[in-house]
Ligand binder design. Structure first.
Ligand SMILES: Cc1cc2nc3c(=O)[nH]c(=O)nc-3n(C[C@H](O)[C@H](O)[C@H](O)COP(=O)(O)O)c2cc1C
Length: 446
């Protein structure tokens, strides 16, 4: 067994025991971006220069500001024996809190964040809202201009977001809304109002779900990604949707005729300032790209989604007729299905629901994605390689792994295919960002 693979097994086993969420194969999850917090608990001492006043709306106090102009603010869960239930309008907005705020810990007791509460705090990189947060409402512009904010977690009970809450938050990469929230969703790293299917705020990792019908005003304003893919489901785009962003290419999943209809229903200012962004409609694409992948626990699927989103490609998932269960994937258990298949080559011929993509001859470039299993390409992908003729195609292997590199996996698949112009494979991690995929694709010169 190769040294790196041995090392992987040792590390993976140890980490599985220590931490439940290092590899998704271990079955763990992180939940929101923050664990539940009480604010001002044993780990975080409450900021003692905060000012309070009694809430007019409910029992408890609201925070009105910070006399100490603290950089890392910890709001306590209680003040004078009563819960801290709100953050007042403009409490920490730039005009009030003139030194830069870097982080804020909002206790679970807070139900409302007032308008402009953190307006234009451009260094504010960490807004900690716990999974048990009682937060219901965030007022207009509360976090607008927080240009350092990379991730935001919104709890299940949040039911009212004002206008422009995250306006100009161009560094946002992850948007998570707790699964139980019935009003908002964070699907595809987009903040979506489920009542109107409007994408209120996007992030640089956004993959817009096909349920979205409207891209809201300034949804991608100041975003740093370079390509935005818009699904066919979108019927209107509001003003400044991509303004002041780094977006230079818009891939539209419909035809140019459908694009014209979409534009007729959209604000003429949707791309103000970014009017030169190239629009690529599905019928105008010169290269025909297919992304084929097998993914047992979703990591490779995520990367495949990014590739498809960036290139406008079609995806084709390889699904075993007998799918792998969590028990099947226990590589530390010598009796699990994967372990038996690993030990006996004759068991690795995995029948697929479908191994030959439709219109195969139309594709000139094929990305082939797979997880690394014991240093090799996960074998369910072999059935696809054997079933198709790669003559005349550019083939780009990619994989995800916990720690191993591509190794020989790309060469092994190339040999199995026996035809095609195979590029060197590229390894990603479950944590790899869309930007990583973008810069890799840019360098491929497809
Ligand atoms: C059977 C099995 C074997 C694995 N072997 C390796 C390995 O040799 N090296 C490694 O870095 N990760 C290994 N992993 C971790 C996976 O490669 C990694 O979690 C991958 O991102 C899973 O992709 P998926 O979510 O698309 O299935 C293994 C996982 C499984 C289930």
């Amino acid at each position: 067994m190769k040294k790196t693979v041995k090392l992987f097994i040792m590390i993976a086993t140890a980490l599985c025991l220590i931490s439940a969420f290092v590899f998704s194969a271990c079955g763990g999850e992180t939940g929101g971006n923050n664990s539940a917090n009480g604010g001002g608990d044993a780990n975080h001492e409450a900021t003692d220069t905060l000012t309070f006043e009694k809430s007019a709306a409910q029992e408890g106090y609201i925070v009105t500001g910070d006399e100490g102009q603290t950089a890392n603010i910890v709001i306590p869960a209680e003040h004078e024996g009563e819960p801290v239930v709100g953050i007042a309008d403009s409490a920490f907005g730039y005009a009030q809190h003139t030194s830069a705020i870097l982080s804020v810990l909002i206790p679970d007791s807070v139900t409302e964040i007032g308008k402009n509460a953190f307006h234009n705090q451009s260094a504010l990189a960490s807004v900690n809202i716990g999974t048990n947060s009682k937060l219901k409402k965030i007022g207009n512009n509360a976090f607008s201009g927080n240009s350092s904010l990379q991730s935001i977690y919104l709890p299940a009970g949040l039911s009212e977001l004002g206008d422009d809450v995250f306006n100009n938050c161009g560094a946002l990469d992850t948007i998570t809304v707790a699964a139980g929230n019935t009003r908002y969703s964070g699907a595809g790293n987009c903040l979506i109002d489920l009542e109107t299917n409007t994408l209120i705020r996007g992030s640089n990792q956004s993959v817009i779900p096909e349920t979205v019908t409207k891209i809201g005003a300034a949804a991608f304003r100041r975003a740093t990604m370079t390509t935005l893919t818009i699904p066919k489901s979108v019927t209107s785009i509001e003003k400044y949707a991509i303004s002041d962003s780094a977006i230079t290419k818009v891939v539209y999943k419909g035809t140019s005729e459908e694009w014209d209809t979409l534009m007729a229903a959209s604000s003429k200012y949707w791309n103000m300032g970014n009017e030169n962004a190239e629009i690529v409609c599905s019928d105008a694409q010169t290269s025909h790209i297919l992304v084929v992948y097998f993914s047992a626990t979703g990591n490779t699927e995520k990367i495949a989604g990014y590739i498809a989103d960036i290139t406008g490609a079609t995806t084709f998932e390889l699904v075993p007729q007998n799918p792998y269960t969590a028990d099947d994937l226990k590589y530390g258990d010598g009796n699990s299905r994967v372990s038996k298949e690993h030990g006996d080559q004759s068991l690795r011929d995995i029948p697929l629901v479908k191994s030959a993509p439709d219109n195969w001859e139309d594709y000139t470039t094929v990305f082939v994605g797979y997880p690394i299993w014991w240093g090799e390409a996960a074998w369910p992908v072999n059935g696809f390689i054997k079933a198709n003729d790669f003559t005349g195609k550019t083939v780009v292997p990619f994989c995800t792994a916990a720690s191993s590199d591509v190794g020989n996996s790309d060469d092994q698949l190339k040999n199995l295919a026996g035809a095609g112009d195979w590029k060197a494979g590229r390894r990603f991690f479950s944590s790899s960002a869309k930007d990583d995929v973008q810069s890799w694709i840019d360098g491929l010169n497809l």
